[in-house]
Design a protein around this ligand. Structure first.
Ligand code: ATP
Ligand code: MG
Length: 366
């Protein structure tokens, strides 16, 4: 069942379309990460789900119930969801247990206490219920904020950059925690982050947003293998797009493209004409048989020398990120073999639907 459904939803602030005609669905129990450049509308989308924003147009349904539509609006507290923000917003004068139980004051005391303890155990803080927030580390405070949301047993948990204040090590352990809690509770989670690696590590589905639109919702792997738009191809994983000419679509779901003086077959569904060849570092390797290029810069990253290589045939195009086994100099000549990639049409949408799993959606009405 669709837990979250958007039909042509827009939210504008003045002339800014923060969320622009978004149609999408998320199945119950999924873990979705929302990625995209700053200001692309991630927080606004989350606030629309929560009921902290009202759409200007369109319809939002949660668990099959319409919660926002012309003439209809369900208040946030009636939506059975929890939200965790970057700032934990804990009451400084209250104990951990007090903070978590605060929103549960309609429950009988015994049940409230049981829920608080349950939630604390869930985040691994079972013995810290009487501490004050200032007696906790940043990571522990974040866990209390998470426990507070979990104590209400939400169907949907919304997380807006909840790890932004934590150091890299703590972020890793909290990511593992989110995965464990997702598995234990079965709730639907939507997690906003700037960090792609975080998004790909934690979520089973990733939505890439740009300028208020969802460019693509797909598995992490499909975002690399079959980006739906040039923006996704460039945004995800240090991707690049090269202008190429597509000569012909071949029977095996590849197309023959012309790049410089070479003709090669690359996965894609474009019939002919101008196209983008989308590449990631994993698609490229140095090879004496490859396409000629020149190193324009080199840096050391993640244990590799990573070179920017300009193809001699396309000196105006993006430099390609190439991992090298050892150091190299700027200006050095080498050859690159292409081991993968994906072809998109230069303008508009692919001529035929992309033959990909159902997760690949391009923001079309569900
Ligand atoms: N209350 C508001 N009033 C006016 N403009 C707003 C408001 N909230 C958001 N915006 C604008 O809407 C757009 C989307 O904002 P939003 O906060 O959703 O982006 P975001 O993707 O969460 O960005 P970030 O990654 O920086 O948090 C931005 O251009 C922002 O300036
Ligand atoms: Mg935001």
């Amino acid at each position: 069942m669709a837990e979250i459904s958007f039909k042509r939803v827009s939210r504008r602030f003045g002339n800014t379309p923060a969320v622009d005609n978004v149609s999408t669905t998320l199945e119950s129990g999924r873990f979705l990460a929302l990625l995209g450049p700053s200001g692309c509308g991630k927080t606004t989308l989350l606030r629309l789900i929560a009921g902290l924003e009202r759409p200007d147009e369109g319809e939002i349904a949660l668990g099959g119930q319409v919660v926002a539509a012309p003439g209809r609006f369900v208040e946030p507290e009636q939506r059975a969801l929890g939200m965790v923000f970057q700032s934990y917003a804990l009451w400084p004068h209250m104990s951990v247990a007090g903070n978590i139980g605060f929103g549960l004051n309609r429950l009988p005391r015994v049940e409230r206490e049981a829920r608080v303890l349950d939630a604390l155990r869930m985040v691994g803080l079972g013995d810290m219920f009487d501490r004050k927030p200032h007696e906790l580390s940043g990571g522990q405070r974040q866990r209390v904020a998470l426990a507070r949301s979990l104590a209400a047993r939400p169907r949907i948990l919304l997380l807006d950059e909840p790890l932004a204040n934590l150091d890299a090590h703590l972020r890793q352990s909290m990511l593992a925690e989110f995965r464990r809690i997702h598995a234990a509770t079965g709730c639907t989670m939507v997690f906003v982050t700037h960090d792609q690696n975080e998004a790909m590590a934690v979520a089973d589905q990733v939505g890439v947003m740009d300028r208020g639109r969802i460019e693509q919702m797909a598995t992490p792997m499909d975002l690399f293998d079959r980006p739906a738009t040039p923006m996704v191809a460039r945004f995800v994983g240090n991707g690049r797009t090269l202008p190429v000419t597509v000569q012909e679509r071949l029977a095996d779901r590849t197309c023959r493209i012309r790049i410089g003086d070479r003709t090669i077959a690359v996965p894609g569904q474009v019939a002919h004409g101008p196209g983008w060849l989308c590449l990631h570092p994993r698609d490229l390797s140095p090879s004496t048989e490859g396409i000629a290029g020149t190193i324009s810069a080199v840096r050391f990253e993640d244990g590799y020398y990573l070179a920017d290589v300009l193809l001699d045939a396309l000196p105006e195009a993006d430099a390609l990120p190439l991992r090298l086994p050892g150091p190299a100099r700027q200006g050095e000549k080498l050859r690159i073999a292409l081991r993968g990639g994906w072809v998109l049409p230069r303008d508009g949408v692919p001529e035929t639907p992309i033959a990909a799993p159902a997760e690949v959606r391009r923001g079309v009405p569900a």
